[in-house]
Design a protein around this ligand. Structure first.
Ligand code: GLU
Length: 425
């Protein structure tokens, strides 16, 4: 049964405070853009943060009270948007930072949204299907007043999937007494989901890798790629890289990593992974996640969790390009070290924006009641991501700032502008 690990989470979060580091870069970005201090005061924290308690009757008859959060960073541009994660390490600060990152993603790919994010402290790997359904429905009832298709639109994130989105959409529709597919994205196709949503984050990362490789003169055919994490983003990405002719020489999950200098059999690993992306338990000759990150390779993709590349290991990273598929995998100190070492870092808020882009397409389809083909989705996603990569890369070159600061500058501008036009600041 899931345990609340709030105290452990506090300790973790004090070491690498993701909210503080995000605020540092937001401050710098606004300064570079010439905005006065009050714009920072508005944008440094979510405008709304709801903490809820969700009682769930567990399979053994006991009642367990879960803690959940929903943060809405800024709704000047439009409704807020962002996923819900189910994870034992969820904290209030992390959810706040994640909601700010969603504002940046939506700004970079130019969607009519601000950022939002939700999380529940739980371990879905230790919960039954029935318990998960009760938790998902309970969470929607608890936050229902502040969410909705024109207020705040949730989506999947770490350890949540289309089934969970379906339960949540059903609960919301029942509460409102009408069918509300536009309440949430990442739904199954039959419930108004979009073609291409499941693989969208990985597709966006793939486009960023391709564009970054062009800038560095690396041929993807035969390039050595290391992917940390084998969840939604990591698994699809490994497949796309493999199909593009690259050699995926390392992958990992929460329990260890696999390495083969000649390239791993990705199709076999995909076939054997469980729904949480666990696969390394099936092998004896594993390496550690630390060793994986320091492998000699061309492209490194952290696609797992936060704070993986820090000042402790940034000097040992041997990749030429680092593309962040996870949210917040590299600390600010490590960003500086990688940039100084000439490694091209494609930041999370750009590289992982493919997911929310196709979520937006899903919401548009729900609103108009007319659905697009996979080809149409792919074509639209390609255009958006190529354009976004170029604008961040060009900002980085012309303003002589690292790619993360450039991405923040591109990403924060829209919310700042919109807040001004509305007369808030
Ligand atoms: N959870 C994803 C992210 O962090 C997707 C959010 C969405 O589709 O709204 O970008």
């Amino acid at each position: 049964m899931a345990a609340e690990t709030g105290a452990d989470n506090q300790a973790l979060e004090e070491k690498h405070d993701v909210l503080k580091s995000t605020q540092t870069v937001i401050h710098k970005a606004l300064e570079k853009l010439g905005y006065p201090e009050e714009v920072y005061e508005l944008l440094k924290e979510p405008i709304r943060m709801l903490t809820v308690k969700i009682p769930v009757r567990m399979d053994d008859g006991s009642v367990k009270i879960f803690t959940g959060y929903r943060a809405q960073h800024n709704d000047a541009v439009g409704p807020t948007k962002g996923g819900i994660r189910f994870h034992p390490n969820v904290t209030e600060k992390e959810v706040k930072a994640l909601s700010i990152w969603m504002t940046l993603k939506c700004g970079i790919v130019n969607l009519p949204y601000g950022g939002g994010k939700g999380g529940i402290i739980c371990d879905p790997r230790e919960m039954s299907f029935r318990e998960l359904e009760a938790l998902s429905r309970g969470y929607v009832r608890a936050i229902s007043q502040i969410v909705g298709p024109t207020k705040d639109i949730p989506a999947p994130d770490v350890f949540t999937n289309s089934q969970i989105m379906a339960w949540m959409m059903d609960e919301y529709s029942r509460l409102r007494e009408n069918d509300a597919p536009g309440f949430i994205t990442g739904k199954p196709l039959v419930l108004g989901g979009s073609h291409g949503r499941e693989s969208a984050t990985a597709k966006g990362v793939t486009i960023c890798i391709r564009e970054a490789a062009k800038k560095r003169g690396i041929n993807l055919e035969g390039a050595r790629v290391v992917v940390q994490g084998f969840g939604n983003a990591g698994s699809f990405l490994s497949k796309f890289m493999h199909d593009a002719g690259a050699k995926v020489i390392g992958i990992s999950d929460a329990y260890g990593a696999l390495y083969d200098p000649n390239g791993l059999d990705i199709d076999y690993l995909l076939d054997r992974r469980d729904s949480f992306g666990t696969v390394t338990k099936l092998f004896d000759n594993t390496i550690s996640n630390k060793e994986l990150l320091e492998l000699d390779c061309d492209i490194l993709v952290p696609a797992a969790i936060e704070n993986q590349i820090t000042e402790e290991n940034a000097h040992n990273i041997r990749a030429k390009i680092v593309v962040e598929a996870a949210n917040g995998p590299t600390t600010l100190e490590a960003t500086q070290i990688l940039t100084d070492r000439g490694i091209l870092l494609v930041p999370d808020v750009l590289a992982s924006a493919g997911g929310v882009t196709v979520s937006y397409f899903e919401w548009v389809q729900n609103n108009q009641g007319y659905y697009w083909t996979e080809e149409e989705i792919d074509e639209k996603l390609e255009k958006v991501l190529v354009h976004s990569f170029e604008s961040v890369y060009n900002t980085s070159e012309t303003r002589r700032v690292d790619m993360r600061l450039a991405a923040y500058m591109v990403g924060v501008r829209k919310s700042a502008e919109a807040s001004r036009f509305r007369g808030w600041i």
